[in-house]
Design a binder for this molecule. Structure first.
Ligand code: FE
Ligand code: CA
Length: 518
């Protein structure tokens, strides 16, 4: 995992950068003992922390911190205005926002090989408490981030709050939802896919965010590493997105647009031959890693990146993050193919990992954060779980054996709350769990409360909510119940000034998976 160099970096150079032992210390995670020698050599241009700071993957004793040096985030060449040299970045973790009580310090190398990003993993902290962090590069200091460790392993916890977000097409509108979400100081944020979109951005076309313009370099579909990096920079230049990252640790799930619309495995929907497409997947996955608070586990090896993982919130909740893109079978060629027992959206290894982790879980609540809709809907979208009914049956069967399963989903740019049925072909079958589907942060612009697809959803008695506005979901778990609050905004295209509205609230009692409107 940590012993091979990222693509484009030779092994000798990799070992030189990682210093002490390649097995335990890796690029951007911590710096070699002679880091000071590297540090003095480079002048970092002013504004180095132009992409903000982030944290992620909390455990009971730590988390991953992230920043990426980019004094000119929108430099057209994708290098963020950085010299092509290594820079040592130091970090501090404190118990208070004023940094009166600093509990951890460390350094990591920001290398051009990984777009000057760093991902230091901090361990040895106290469980279930708030921490604050900041970085330094040269004489520059980053903004302060707030984060939190999870409760102690194996111990009960009274409460866990989280927010859900997905689908942030920057060009379709302002990230007003993040402005509000950042104020709520949740224990964790689940991001459920489509952090960027690969499409060309064209004024008079899809650029609906009013009062902004973009250079011609953004006008084509992205395909190179530098273009993916620049696309992350553009989206991450949004101050409300930066504020949301700085407000809580994030848990990342990807969907299709981090690479290309509706891709699956090494198959492009647009006829790019697999042998070529894997190269694109490799650079897309690499840019994903570079730009997000991910641990070394997810450092891509060529076109492969491990992003399905599990986190425990004491014994209150187990969080399973799925990857429903990298290992999926191709879209069905016909109905017989769609119904084939062998079809999988997760791949066999991930299926086994998930079901074992669900049915053997000691947690009261078992969260399954996933990229595409599980609930059966007759809208013909076979790129969702509807295209993989055998895999869905296996998942629902595992849910039946699992304590309080809850699926968290994005992708469709609508708020939907649904009960998951043991057998979707039999509406009177048992409810085995619930699915909370979070609308987009930006994708599809202002939206509307209802639209042409509403009837496809609301015809099903197991669908309890449908809205086509932008927003996020805020959820509270306790040992006895889950409360989910669906927040929307009346507009996002004109400016970021819209006020939040709580569209709906549901209670799900522990031991009886259902959605009771509050
Ligand atoms: Fe989307
Ligand atoms: Ca999607």
């Amino acid at each position: 995992m940590t012993s091979s160099p990222p693509p484009g970096l030779d092994r000798r150079r990799f070992l030189q950068l990682t210093g002490l032992s390649a097995a335990t210390v890796a690029l951007g995670v911590s710096a070699p003992a002679d880091a000071a020698a590297v540090a003095g050599a480079v002048d970092v241009p002013a504004g180095a922390f132009g992409l903000g700071v982030a944290s992620g993957e909390p455990s009971a004793d730590g988390f991953v911190l992230w920043t990426r040096l980019a004094p000119q985030p929108l430099a057209a060449d994708g290098h963020g205005g950085m010299p092509r040299e290594d820079v040592v970045v130091s970090y501090e973790v404190a118990e208070d926002r004023a940094f009166a009580t600093v509990v951890k310090t460390g350094t990591a190398i920001a290398s051009p090989a990984l777009a000057h990003s760093v991902h230091p993993e901090v361990r040895g902290l106290q469980p279930g408490r708030e921490y604050f962090y900041r970085f330094r590069a040269g004489d520059q200091v980053s903004p302060v981030g707030r984060t939190k460790t999870f409760p102690a392993a194996g111990q009960p916890a009274a409460r866990f709050t989280f927010a859900m977000a997905s689908c942030q097409a920057w060009y379709h509108g302002y990230f007003t939802a993040y402005r509000d979400l950042a104020q709520r100081a949740v224990d964790a944020v689940f991001f459920l896919g489509d952090y960027i979109y690969e499409y060309g951005i064209v004024a008079g076309g899809n650029l609906w965010r009013q009062g902004v313009s973009v250079g011609v370099e953004h006008g084509v579909e992205i395909e190179t590493l530098e273009q993916y990096r620049l696309r992350y920079s553009l989206f991450k230049s949004d101050p409300d997105l930066q504020a949301a990252h700085a407000s809580a640790p994030w848990l990342m799930v990807w969907d299709d647009h981090e690479v290309q619309n509706n891709y699956g495995s090494d198959n492009s929907l647009y006829g790019i031959p697999p042998k070529l497409f894997v190269h694109r997947r490799a650079v897309a996955y690499r840019a994903f890693y570079e730009n997000l608070p991910l641990s070394l586990d997810s450092l891509p090896q060529g076109p492969d990146s491990l992003v399905y993982r599990r986190f425990d919130v004491g014994t209150l909740a187990r969080l399973n993050l799925l990857d429903t893109r990298q290992y999926r079978d191709p879209l069905p060629v016909d109905e017989a193919d769609r119904l084939s027992e062998s079809r999988t959206i997760m791949g066999q290894a991930q299926e086994e990992w998930l079901y074992g982790g669900m049915t053997g879980s000691p947690a009261a609540w078992n969260i399954i954060a996933n990229g595409v809709v599980i609930t059966a809907v007759t809208d013909g979208r076979v790129e969702q779980w509807d295209g993989y009914p055998a895999n869905r049956r296996r998942l629902l069967a595992a849910m039946e054996q699992t304590s309080n399963p809850v699926a968290l989903t994005g992708d469709i740019h609508h708020h939907v709350a649904a009960e998951l049925k043991a057998d979707f072909t039999n509406p009177s079958s048992k409810t085995v769990g619930v699915e909370l589907i979070c609308t987009s942060i930006g994708s599809d612009g202002d939206g509307a409360d209802t639209d042409a697809y509403a009837k496809d959803w609301l015809q099903h008695p197991y669908v309890k909510l449908y809205s086509g506005r932008r927003g996020y979901v805020h959820t509270t778990l306790t040992p006895t119940e889950m409360t989910s609050e669906f927040v929307t905004f009346p507009y996002i295209e004109a400016d970021a000034g819209a006020q939040p509205k709580v569209l709906a609230r549901f209670r799900t009692p522990a031991g009886s998976p259902r959605l009771e409107a509050l």
